[in-house]
Design a protein. Structure first.
Lengths: 172, 277
């Protein structure tokens, strides 16, 4: 239990650092910006109580917001993401089967499930985030292309990080 | 209560989602100037059109004040009209440079009670003895004559309208100045009056205007109505004719009370003459 807390705390800090000091500066043609920090919410254990999940998502969003100077924007998106996560997991996963490894990681859940999971949640998050950031329908085309390209970038990074970290764990 | 609690805990994810989402959106809209502006602007489109509607409505509410001021102004202007003055040169032929002195004074009033569908109709106006209103004064409005004051209290006055079986006012045909008197028509129609006792010499035409004669409470030439029918009971030497009244009594709102400065003098003189007879 304390191991999970420690891992997630570490993940939180690392992801915030990566997002804020690295990915914030990456923006392909002003269209594609990855938001890797959502990986933290994706990888929270299955057994996380809903209240804690929402609180952590909210906290994560606010932390990112404090660096992006957009209070509330990422928080709102993360809360939505947490909600979609709950629905997605309740639809696709039987609760009973996870006693020892209760995390939705790539090597536990398998590539297909993890890929769908990532794509669904990322699309929801990015769509909400970018639209609410634009806050108008007048530039809907620009917003939508940003949404698609950013989603691709983010999903790509999440899958890469999954491959990076969790393969090695499997080998042990 | 228990069921409610079960319901909430069953769908706790959704309720938590609502709470967190709403709070973060509040933070978002509150602290980001662009979104704040956009949000306020988009709501301005709604509120703006709403405000426009409401303002239109408010315009109607302030019509009262506007009407009041217009009525006051009208009265003021009427007081300066030449027809309100009489020629005073005879008395003051030596040193006078004021040619006219006021004979008729007008006081604006608002109708606060009105009736048109009884056999004897009265209306109440919102001024009384405090504004110098006295019994027997004539009442007109912008369209024509209305009636005469019959009761006066400190702040109100009751006007016996033309639509009263005892009302009769001196009137004349506008063109050839044949005089008669105007009363209410027989059939209680608030739009019809009866011009009686016009001399047989007159050749009235349909549509000819009927005005006041200046022999009674009103200044000369205040409109009364137009002749609408000639085929009424004729009294031999004298003609009677039906008149469509110019004033729509059911829609009276503002009237002017006419204070004829010489009415008393005239009445007193005429009464003396009657007594002598």
């Amino acid at each position: 239990m304390s191991k999970h807390i420690l891992i997630n705390l570490l993940r939180f800090i690392v992801l915030v650092f990566i997002q804020v000091f690295l990915l914030k500066n990456i923006s392909l043609y002003n269209l594609s910006t990855p938001y890797l920090y959502i990986l933290f919410i994706l990888l929270l254990p299955f057994e996380t109580p809903n209240l804690l999940l929402f609180a952590l998502a909210f906290l994560m969003g606010l932390t990112i917001d404090s660096f992006y100077d957009t209070p509330g924007l990422h928080a709102a998106s993360c809360v939505l993401l947490a909600f979609v996560r709950i629905i997605f997991i309740s639809l696709t996963v039987q609760k009973d089967g996870f006693d020892n490894e209760p995390e939705p990681t790539l090597n536990i859940m398998g590539f297909r499930w993890f890929f769908t999971y990532t794509i669904t949640l990322t699309l929801f998050h990015h769509f909400f985030l970018l639209n609410i950031e634009a806050f108008s329908f007048s530039e809907i085309q620009y917003t939508l292309s940003r949404f698609l390209l950013s989603s691709i970038f983010t999903v790509f990074l999440i899958l890469i990080s999954g491959l990076l970290f969790f393969r090695r764990k499997e080998r042990k | 209560m228990r069921n409610l609690w079960i319901f909430i805990s069953k769908y706790n994810a959704f309720f938590l989602f609502l709470i967190f989402e709403v709070s973060s959106l509040i933070i978002y809209v509150k602290y980001n100037s662009f979104q704040k502006a956009a949000f306020i602007n988009s709501s301005n489109e709604v509120t703006g059109s709403l405000y426009a509607r409401v303002n239109e409505f408010y315009g109607y509410l302030s019509l009262k004040e506007v009407n009041d001021s217009l009525a006051r102004e009208n009265t003021h202007l009427r007081n300066q009209l030449k027809s309100s003055f009489y020629v005073d040169t005879l008395n003051k032929h030596k040193v006078t440079d004021t040619v006219y002195k006021q004979q008729y004074e007008y006081v604006a009033a608002k109708v606060i009670n009105n009736s048109v569908n009884r056999s004897n109709n009265y209306l109440t106006i919102n001024i009384g003895a405090n504004k110098g209103i006295a019994k027997g004064m004539g009442v007109i409005c912008d369209k024509g004559i209305v009636g005469k004051v019959v009761y006066v209290s400190a702040h109100f006055a009751v006007v016996q309208s033309l639509l009263h079986k005892d009302s009769q006012f001196s009137a004349m045909l506008a063109k050839n100045r044949e005089i008669g008197y105007i009363t209410w028509g027989d059939d209680l129609d608030p739009h019809k009056g009866l011009l009686k006792d016009v001399s047989n010499n007159a050749v009235p035409k349909l549509g000819e205007p009927v005005v006041t004669s200046g022999y009674s409470l009103f200044p000369e030439g205040i409109p009364i109505g137009k002749i609408s029918s000639l085929h009424t009971k004729s009294g031999g030497l004298l003609l009677n004719m039906e008149v469509t009244l110019a004033v729509d009594f059911s829609k009276l709102e503002y009237v002017n009370v006419v204070d004829n400065k010489f009415a008393k003098e005239q009445e007193g003189l005429e009464a003396q003459q009657k007594k002598n007879e």
